[in-house]
Ligand binder design. Structure first.
Ligand code: FAD
Length: 503
């Protein structure tokens, strides 16, 4: 059921078995998966059922370094940022979980096998097709590129409608006898017990001035990849450095997926070969799919690179006479690219496809890229977020090397020529690029408390009854794999453990 917290009595004390902070992809999935478990769930959501300026303004903050709009990069009402997500989905690759000698701070304490049992159900929740991301499945759209050299892998995304969790699952929450969803309820502090070994209660406030508490046996923080860190750092009445922050890890290692659209253009004289990569919405069985290319694990290990995922936007057909641009033909640069294609006979007209290539790229975990608290406070008196996001020269070098590697593989293939259209010395804030709005790393997962904030089961190290959900627990950026499908899978995994009494 829904309860408008503004109608509660000031000073109310609400008790439950499981308190979940945030009704986004993680919080809604976890609450739904706990229905009928015998656990009484309170889902605490800052916003109402629709967007409201005053609540959204609680997300405003300051940035150092890379310019970033903290407000528009997420949404603060029931359903969270799934109210405007794009629906691009792929599972995290098995190799992304492994420690990579050339990527400091890499290596998750879980493996892909730990998530595999939950991905099929997560696919259903995100309204995707079958959990089959194999190249064999892609081949149903046409032959994958299979570029020579073993450095470039074929793959694809599936598209969610996109599922607006707040609309799609609203009735489930409204009708569940064992879920109370408090709307317009902002957690302002997660208050630790005096020994700081467990959580004692949540302090909650409304923008109308009501203050109340929620106590639970188990607490789950699922307020989004940036807000999870902010709330822990602001919870300092018992632990002055912030909750779970004894080792100064909370807020550090912030990663995003820089997205370029486009980073390269290319000409292909075999348009039929790129059919699996056309457009955004191609039916693939019961899924909607779009092909992509990425770097193979062998290449990344050999060359010491991060991953980049490339997507294609085929544009117009081009007709050309090699060596002589037709009046309505390709621009000179492309003519030059065309003449380099294998099998091109001078003086004979050919046809091809002009293609623009976008990409999303991985950042290495970096402790100096971080979320901290600003001096300014919001309307509830909570310190606002300060984001000092860094993208390193290593991240740039890796991206440029990956583009060059792709260009070389296409050249070796013979049917395409690629040219990078972003200068090598580009400034991150000045070019045709944007961010994916994937907020990762600020409460990273690690087996040891010295290396991370949560353990393999999302439990906060050193705190008996607090769990964290969402992409803030990501240890690495996982190529440019969009996180929401995996966020949902992790929520299902935690629900199973809670239901079994293992957590
Ligand atoms: C424009 C855009 C496009 C995107 N496209 C994609 C995509 O194509 N594919 C993909 O995988 N991902 C995409 N994402 C990311 C995706 O939206 C997030 O990964 C996902 O929403 C995260 O789920 P979450 O539950 O962790 O957090 P959120 O969805 O952010 O939910 C957190 C919830 O917590 C609430 N909350 C915050 N603070 C408090 C508090 N103090 N007290 C109580 N409640 C609080 C918020 O109101 C919100 O409802 C996109 C994001 C944006 C912004």
């Amino acid at each position: 059921m829904f309860i408008d917290a503004r109608q509660l009595d000031d000073g109310s004390a609400i008790a439950c078995d499981v308190a979940i902070i945030g009704a986004g992809a993680f919080g809604i999935t976890l609450a739904r998966a706990l229905r009928g478990s015998g656990r009484d769930v309170v889902l605490i959501e800052s916003g109402g059922l629709d967007f409201e300026d005053e609540t959204q303004a609680l997300y405003e903050g300051a940035t150092d370094g890379i310019a970033y709009n903290l407000d528009t990069a997420r949404l603060r009402y029931f359903g969270g940022s799934t109210n405007h997500w794009g629906g691009w989905c792929r599972p995290i690759e098995p190799e992304d979980f492994e420690a990579r000698a050339w990527v400091p701070h890499s290596g998750w304490p879980v493996s892909r096998a730990d998530l595999d049992p939950y991905y099929p159900r997560a696919q259903e929740i995100c309204e995707l097709g079958a959990f089959d991301y194999s190249v064999e499945n892609l081949a149903r759209l046409g032959p994958p590129l299979g570029l020579p050299g073993g450095k470039i892998a074929d793959g694809f995304f599936q598209f969610s409608p996109p599922t607006r969790f707040g609309e799609r699952y609203r009735d489930d929450i409204a009708n569940a006898a064992d879920i109370r969803c408090l709307l317009n309820a902002n957690v302002t502090e997660i208050v630790a017990a005096h020994d700081a070994g467990s959580i004692a209660r949540l302090d909650v406030a409304t923008l109308t001035g009501k203050r109340f508490t929620v106590t639970a046996g188990t607490y789950v923080l699922a307020a989004g990849g940036i807000e999870n860190a902010r709330l822990l750092l602001a919870s300092r009445s018992v632990a002055p450095a912030g909750l779970a922050n004894d080792r100064d890890l909370v807020g550090r290692y912030f990663m995003e997926h820089p997205i370029f659209g486009p980073i390269a253009s290319w000409i292909c004289d075999a348009p039929e070969r790129i059919a699996p990569y056309y457009g955004s919405y191609t039916a693939l069985g019961d899924a909607v799919a779009r092909g992509c290319l990425s770097m193979t694990p062998e290449y990344m290990a050999r060359e010491g690179r991060l991953n980049t995922i490339f997507t294609f936007t085929p544009n117009d057909d081009v007709r050309y006479l090699p060596g002589r641009p037709a009046e309505d033909g390709p621009i000179p640069l492309e003519t030059e690219m065309l003449t380099l294609l294998a099998g091109v006979e001078p003086g004979v007209e050919h046809t091809g496809k002009r293609v623009y290539m976008g990409c999303g790229t991985e950042q290495a975990p970096n402790p100096d890229s971080r979320v901290t608290l600003a001096d300014e406070v919001d309307a509830l008196g909570m310190p606002r977020t300060r984001l000092a996001w860094q993208i390193t020269e290593g991240d740039r070098e890796s991206l440029l090397a990956n583009v060059a590697t792709l260009a070389a593989a296409m050249g070796a293939w013979g049917h395409a020529r690629l040219r990078r259209i972003v200068p090598a010395d580009f400034a991150w804030n000045d070019i045709d690029m944007f961010w994916a709005h994937h907020h990762m790393g600020t409460t990273r997962m690690a087996a040891q408390a010295s290396q991370g904030v949560v353990d393999a089961n999302l439990k906060v190290h050193g705190l008996g009854n607090l769990f964290i959900g969402g992409s803030s627990v990501w240890t690495t950026g996982c190529g440019a794999t969009n996180p929401t499908l995996s966020i949902v899978a992790f929520a299902l995994r935690l629900a199973e453990r809670l239901r079994a009494g293992e957590a």
